[in-house]
Design a protein around this ligand. Sequence first.
Ligand code: WQD
Length: 339
Amino acid sequence: MADTILVTGGAGYIGSHTVLELLEAGYKLVALDNYSHSYPKSLEVVKELTNQAFPVYEGDVRDKDLLQQIFSQHPVTGVIHFAGFKAVAESTQQPLAYYDNNLVGLLCLLEVMEEQGCKNLIFSSSATVYGQPTHLPLGEDAPLSVTNPYGRTKLIGENILRDLYAQDPTWNLVLLRYFNPIGAHPSGRLGEDPQGVPNNLVPYMTQVASGLRDHIRVFGNDYDTPDGTGVRDYIHVVDLSRGHVAAMKKWAPGSGLSIYNLGTGQGYSVLEMIQALSRAVGRDLPYKIYPRRPGDIASCYADPRKAQTELGWSAQLDLEAMCRHAWSWQQQHPQGFQD
Ligand code: WQD
């Protein structure tokens, strides 16, 4: 059987879009998800959109017996590891759950991979590891500092991989630092389905646009930015997913440990995002100014040149597409995958 990729957290927002891109690029894969923050429906939609079938295992990445079973039944030659919790505020309320899920999960996966002789990994990291940037745009060599348990699980995860590589340089380890993924598949049939009140700006805005919420809360307009509101590097989830396919180049033997920012290099403020989504929706969306959200930083955006140079990858979809696709998903699936 052809080489197979294991995608952990494959039913999640970025995971499901990446599974779709992998299939469309001709790869064989198996997906693993415990559905703690996702729904089986997302991968059913991927099968329909690609007209391709693939094995899906329901289970936890901390279940080493299950991992060994997957490796024994499929010729897994590489793993893209998405499975993990990712909400900053939630992580301050549930630090032990975040350390258990994100770090014990990574360790279990690495131990089974090592036992099975599979040493190709792509690890979901985050721009959060840069903390409060001292210089913008952010290059991969920028100083690292974290201020919350979620970010710490990503930084510790990166350090685990650095130590593993130092001990055994036959591993090919790719750390991908995501900036702000938003949007949805152009079909409008696959997208972000946050549970409860969305922490992130764009899903909250699309719920306001669809009437589920009254107004957008702008968390602070007194930052040191052009219009006083927070600036972030929003990247289309399809571009981000294609970045993972491109990153597999660094599984070539001898590639070693590689780190890439996956962003556009362009920052947009909250007010600019409200204007952009308002254009996609066709009417001005209501908002009110609120106090700053604890832990937020003023500005964060990537220097994306390294991924362009070494992976031949750069974001292609613009803010208009990000907002149009986010709105299309919200309109077609107001209750997400539970419709
Ligand atoms: C974006 C901007 C807010 C909500 C987080 C994680 C990061 C990554 C992406 C996992 C900020 C403002 C937000 C709202 C607002 N997740 N905002 N009203 O905080 O940049 O990044 O999600 O990897 O690790 O930290 O994203 O979408 O929450 O905020 O004004 O209702 O929008 O202050 O300036 P963030 P976000």
